[in-house]
Design a protein around this ligand. Structure first.
Ligand code: SAM
Length: 286
């Protein structure tokens, strides 16, 4: 599957490199992140959005299905789009294994949806549009393809300081890598551009959504060991994947050892450790 060249040229610079970055971790994302993505969060998000069986639901930047699969299991007719063909293939495989015949996948750039106006009852994105290089354009496209009176759903991480896995991982890296100063804060990395609930609300209102509600929630991750946590974090996004790319084997195993100590400290005598991340669920009406 290849995204067509015309779209690549006409939309955003760097689209090809974004596709390559996500393709390179998609196999491991499907293995380590999608299944531990805690189905409770997408189920809560779909509940807030008012998903009902038979509704047309669009999942933008679907990955390998953490939001699409629960929507299809609830009887929605789902279209999942993503820029990574590898992600899409894994989602297709998961849907087939579960016999979810009302789940269609398509390769597409979320900044320029190749879809008709006013088509979906709900357009949603979990940890997807929040990290787009042009978040507003991603939201505008979601609004365009949503039916009048339909809903747009955004699931986004809260502030980095409230995202426990990030703090633990960065701290472990700082202890092992001389001179490593952590992630930039001004501006923050793209995945945190709408971490402030007021910013998320503003972005949703700026594209014309009405009655925007922001619900505070959390993602609860369960880890039994440092290596489990390492695998989750490193394959969750191209940024950590890049941060660890040039580490020596010795540095990587030192970091995994520190993560292991933290996991056992948090868990006490009862594994798994529960690591929590602040999440905002934004819902607006077209
Ligand atoms: C953190 S993952 C989230 C995946 C899924 N929604 C989930 O909750 O697990 C981000 C996804 O955004 C996709 N993505 C990044 N840029 C995109 C774009 N411009 N258009 C469509 N998908 C994009 C990536 O390929 C990746 O699957």
């Amino acid at each position: 599957m290849a995204i067509n060249d015309k779209n690549m040229k006409n939309t955003h610079q760097g689209l090809q490199s974004i596709q390559n970055d996500w393709n390179s971790i998609a196999e491991s994302y499907d293995k380590f992140v999608t299944p531990t993505g805690n189905w409770a969060l997408p189920i809560e998000a779909l509940h807030h959005a008012g998903l009902k069986p038979g509704m047309n639901f669009l999942d933008v930047a679907s990955g390998s299905g953490a939001l699409s699969l629960p929507a299809a299991r609830q009887g929605a007719r789902v279209l999942a789009i993503d820029i990574s063909p590898v992600m899409i293939e894994h989602l297709q495989k998961r849907a087939a294994e579960e016999g979810l015949s009302d789940l269609e996948v398509r390769l597409m750039d979320g900044h320029a949806l190749e879809l008709e106006d006013n088509t979906f009852d709900i357009s949603g994105s979990q940890f997807g549009v929040m990290l787009f290089s042009d978040l507003k354009q991603g939201l505008r496209e979601m609004v365009r393809v949503t039916k009048p009176g339909g809903r747009v759903l955004m699931v986004a991480y809260g502030p980095p300081l409230e995202v426990e896995f990030l703090g633990i991982f960065i701290q472990a890296m700082k202890s092992v890598i001389p001179g490593f100063i952590g992630l930039p804060s001004d501006p923050p990395p793209l995945p945190f551009q709408a971490a402030d609930p007021d910013v998320l609300r503003k972005r949703m209102e700026e594209v014309g959504l009405k009655d925007v509600q922001i619900h505070k929630s959390s993602e609860k991750l369960e880890f039994n060991s440092g290596i489990e946590m390492w695998n989750w974090v490193v394959h969750s996004n191209p940024i950590p994947a890049m941060l660890v790319r040039d580490l020596t084997d010795e540095q990587a195993s030192e970091i995994q050892h520190i993560l292991d100590q933290q996991i056992h400290l948090i868990a006490g005598d009862k594994l798994p450790a529960i690591i929590s991340a602040s999440v905002h669920i934004g819902i607006g009406i077209k």
